[in-house]
Design a protein around this ligand. Structure first.
Ligand code: NAP
Length: 288
């Protein structure tokens, strides 16, 4: 039987979909995050509760884990030293001796990124795990680092016509839920790659955004040095900009255009296409 599930980052652009999918399965979900106000705005169901959790405040960990036997774990976005807090947190999970499974939100091409250290720490912990390795989130357009620029009418990236098999965080939520609730051990100690149904380029994304918003959305194809300058000018930290640069290197090396069947395998349905995502999220704005 599955006990309480702690979803770390459950108010974030991916974690909120994990929570919603678990709710649909009738699970008791604890949302681990810092900001209770943000939690209330999510309008989760009554049984879903907030547990104050801050990686940087060890004092919050024990209470957040009370009664929990499964954890959806994620590193903070673009954190170049995720092990600083997650290593001691994994020790805490080990010491509790109550955790039956960790589902870790990793990333495709994880071995290229700092996040890979967390995969290694989890493997070494001896706790059963599954790693979800998604491609770029479509929700970067609506909740993530591309949102503000898109409001100004364009997208900037240093990747030319190289394609990415973007996946929706809604599908990631479905996949995470299947893994958290799987009791047969079928997916234990495995990494599962998940993507959308097809690779798509930035010019194609801008074409779809233009089509559904009725506005001309421009692609600003820049070289990596100029991209770093743009990101720094927007207030991103140097370490985050450098992390982002490694991510975009994998795009230019054509390591992001492969389609994987993880969503179909874990949820039984086809992943959402980028066109449907854009239609759902941007079509109405063309009417305003
Ligand atoms: N974006 C992509 O395209 C992509 C692709 C593959 C993998 N990933 C991975 O996905 C993860 C990011 O997910 P996301 O986009 O859902 O992030 P996000 O939207 O920025 O959400 C971050 C979540 O973490 C919580 N949080 C922030 N600081 C915290 C702290 N100190 N302690 C505990 N919780 C904290 C936030 O809530 P509070 O502020 O209330 O604490 C929020 O719930 C990263 O690990 C990234 O590597 C992203």
């Amino acid at each position: 039987m599955v006990g309480k599930i702690l979803v770390i980052g459950g108010t974030g652009s991916c974690g909120r979909h994990v929570v919603k999918h678990l709710e649909k399965k009738g699970q008791i979900v604890l949302v681990g995050a810092r900001d209770e106000k943000k939690f209330k705005e999510m309008k989760f169901v009554k049984n879903t509760t907030f547990r104050k959790f801050d990686y940087t405040m060890k004092v919050t960990w024990k209470c957040a884990l009370d009664g929990v036997d499964r954890v959806f774990l994620m590193a903070l976005p673009l954190d170049d030293k995720p092990e600083k807090y997650i290593e001691p947190f994994i020790d805490e999970l080990k010491q509790s001796q109550k955790i039956k499974k960790i589902v870790f939100l990793s990333a495709l091409n994880a071995e290229r990124f700092p996040i890979f250290k967390i995969e290694t720490l989890i493997k070494d912990s001896g706790i059963p795990y599954s790693f979800l390795r998604p491609q770029f989130f479509m929700e970067n357009l609506t909740d993530g680092f591309m949102k503000d620029e898109l409001k100004q009418g364009g997208l900037t990236a240093p990747v030319g016509d190289h394609a990415i098999a973007w996946v929706s965080a809604q599908d990631i939520g479905g996949c995470a839920t299947s893994l958290l609730l799987e009791e047969s051990g079928k997916y234990d100690n495995q990494a599962i790659n998940i993507t959308g149904p097809a690779p798509i380029t930035y010019p194609q994304i801008c074409g779809l955004l233009s089509k559904y918003t009725g506005k001309n959305v421009k692609y600003n194809d820049v070289n990596p040095t100029d991209f770093e300058k743009v990101c720094l000018s927007k207030g991103m930290s140097l370490s985050s900009v450098q992390y982002l640069a490694i991510i975009f290197e994998t795009v230019v090396e054509n390591k992001t255009n492969t389609v994987y069947m993880g969503v179909q395998q874990l949820t039984g349905h086809q992943p959402k296409s980028f066109e449907v995502f854009i239609q759902e999220n941007f079509a109405s704005s063309s009417k305003t």
